[in-house]
Design a protein around this ligand. Structure first.
Ligand SMILES: O=C(O)CCC(=O)C(=O)O
Ligand SMILES: [Fe+2]
Length: 261
């Protein structure tokens, strides 16, 4: 990545070159979540995650990664100038409004992806993240700018109680919730934390080393975002060629693969 902002802050916001993707994703999400917020707020987290996973499975049928690679080809070529490998599935991030500020079941706390995977390429891997519905300044993704420069060993974390009751390979797990959650104890300056403001029809990419989290949703509606990750192929050290496709085994929580799309 050669972009100065990205290298300085650890993330970058860009306008979509083609908005067709946003429309398609919105349509699918609305089709799965057609009832009132109240209806979803009353159900257990487990049942809510089941519905979310159904929707995520549908989203995975439209090859969002490929659409992104093709429509942002110019930008990606300029920034990376090499082949990129994409995570084999996308995650739908659906977060219900919280009832009060003690309600810590819904959000994903501060983390960087090395909390949950140890592969060398994570250092070079990049998360793509796009708001889908009901995002605002109040409920955007939170980041600590420049925190991607802090070495992993300085970031102190500890295991915490699995309050989500996430089991390995359960729907919640497949939605990106950790089954062995950790809490960031020290090593970063939380005074620098900020919400990233994404104008409509923009996406964000950020280093997997950047400290980020989604915070509680204090709005009245369920917020939806989609994310996946990608990595420059030269940074992947365990390429395997299967049926003429390049795969990298990322032995992570959900057994995701990096593939060329
Ligand atoms: O959007 C969210 O809810 C969390 C996103 C996140 O942690 C990620 O994209 O890596
Ligand atoms: Fe994350």
């Amino acid at each position: 990545m050669i972009n100065k902002n990205y290298n300085k802050n650890g993330y970058l916001v860009k306008k979509f070159s083609n908005t067709k993707l946003i429309e398609n994703i919105e349509k699918i999400v609305k089709r799965h979540f057609y009832r009132s917020t109240d209806y979803y707020s009353k159900m257990s987290l487990k049942n809510f995650h089941k519905i979310t996973l159904n929707c995520q499975n549908q989203l995975n049928k439209i090859n969002i990664q490929k659409f992104f690679r093709e429509s942002e080809k110019k930008f990606l070529e300029k920034e990376f100038g090499e082949e990129l490998l994409f995570s084999s599935f996308v995650t739908l991030r659906a977060v219900r409004p919280v009832k009060n500020d003690q309600d810590l079941n819904e959000p994903l706390d501060w983390h960087r992806e090395t909390f949950y995977g140890k592969k060398k390429h994570i250092k070079y891997a990049i998360n793509f993240w796009m708001p889908v519905l009901n995002y605002s300044k109040k409920i955007g993704l939170s980041v600590i700018p420049e925190s991607h420069k802090i070495p992993d060993k300085k970031i102190i974390r500890d295991y915490i109680k699995n309050t989500h009751n996430v089991r390995k390979f359960s729907p919640s797990h497949k939605l990106g919730f950790p089954y062995a959650p950790k809490k960031l104890i020290s090593g970063v300056n939380f005074d620098k934390a900020k919400k990233v403001i994404l104008p409509k029809k923009n996406f964000m990419i950020f280093s997997q080393y950047l400290i980020h989290g989604n915070g509680q949703n204090f709005s009245k509606k369920i917020r939806f975002a989609v994310n996946f990750s990608f990595v420059p192929s030269s940074k992947v050290f365990e390429n395997k060629i299967i049926n003429s496709k390049k795969y990298n085994y990322q032995k992570s929580k959900t057994n995701s693969l990096y593939i060329s799309v």
